[in-house]
Design a protein around this ligand. Structure first.
Ligand code: KIV
Length: 259
């Protein structure tokens, strides 16, 4: 069996300039294929609300939903880092956030928890981090706030918002975030953030100058009904799910995806 991937391994990869990969998975079969194909991190994302449960947004996803799918994923994997999403309103106040992060780690086997963030969560991230909970701070497009945002468009296009995203990333790293995830931001901003923080930055729709890429598994399999402009149907080129995941991993590592 290969050595387990850990947060430290991911941080060492950033230090060495080696790209790594993350994919969403919601069940043991896909999780096991991800592990075999060399994916570094599995995300049990609240995207499951849309691609598995058929909702229009991620808002209806509950803690129990994430834990159910995380248990399925855990049964299919041995050595891959498992990141679990904190669902909508599950971390709105500190004691609730700590209780729910504990559940994700104890019941869902999370090794990292991800929360849609901003500067206002610095104290919470510090509390979690001091208590041994690795945190990924999700910045840029935060789909849980869709009803406030009104659209899933790119964030950080104007200089005021771009500066805020950069400063949030720096503050949340200082607070103890182990990873930053940037969703749908301009490539130049993602590059700036990646150069400004020492923790790994994972991008989705954020260009190539980040430390790692993440995509939703159904997007790389062309099964989502449509393919977001930042994703690619890797199944079309390979003809098998295993081949598609392998090609995604190779393409990120050799810099041919995203192009
Ligand atoms: O829930 C999810 O799958 C995510 C990714 C799109 C980054 O947050």
């Amino acid at each position: 069996m290969s050595q387990p991937t850990t947060i430290k391994v991911l941080k060492d990869k950033k230090a060495k300039g080696e790209k790594f990969t993350m994919l969403t998975a919601y069940d043991s079969t896909i999780a096991s294929l991800c592990e075999k194909a060399g994916v570094d991190v599995i995300l049990v994302g609240d995207s499951l609300g849309m691609v598995v449960q058929g909702h229009n947004t991620t808002v209806p996803v509950t803690m129990d939903d994430i834990i159910y799918h995380a248990k399925c994923v855990a049964r299919g994997t041995k050595s891959i880092v498992k990141m679990l999403d904190m669902p909508f309103m599950s971390f709105a106040y500190p004691s609730q956030a700590i209780d729910n992060a504990t559940r994700l780690m104890q019941e869902g086997y999370a090794e990292v928890i991800k929360l849609e963030s901003g500067e206002h969560q610095a104290e919470l991230i510090s509390d979690l981090s001091l208590n041994g909970v690795p945190v990924c701070a999700h910045l840029g497009l935060t789909p849980q706030t869709i009803h406030k945002l009104g659209s899933y468009g790119k964030r950080g296009k104007d200089s005021e918002e771009a500066n805020r995203i950069l400063s949030d990333a720096e503050k949340l790293e200082k607070a103890g975030a182990d990873l930053i995830l940037l969703e749908c931001v301009p490539a130049e901003l993602a590059k700036k953030v990646t150069e400004s923080v020492s923790v790994p930055v994972i991008g989705i729709g954020a260009g190539r100058d980040v430390d790692a890429q993440v995509l939703v598994i159904y997007d790389i399999l062309g099964a989502s009904g449509y393919i977001p402009s930042f994703a690619k149907n890797f199944l079309a080129e390979t003809g098998s799910i295993e081949g598609a995941i392998k090609l995604y991993v190779e393409s990120v590592k050799n810099g041919t995806f995203p192009n």
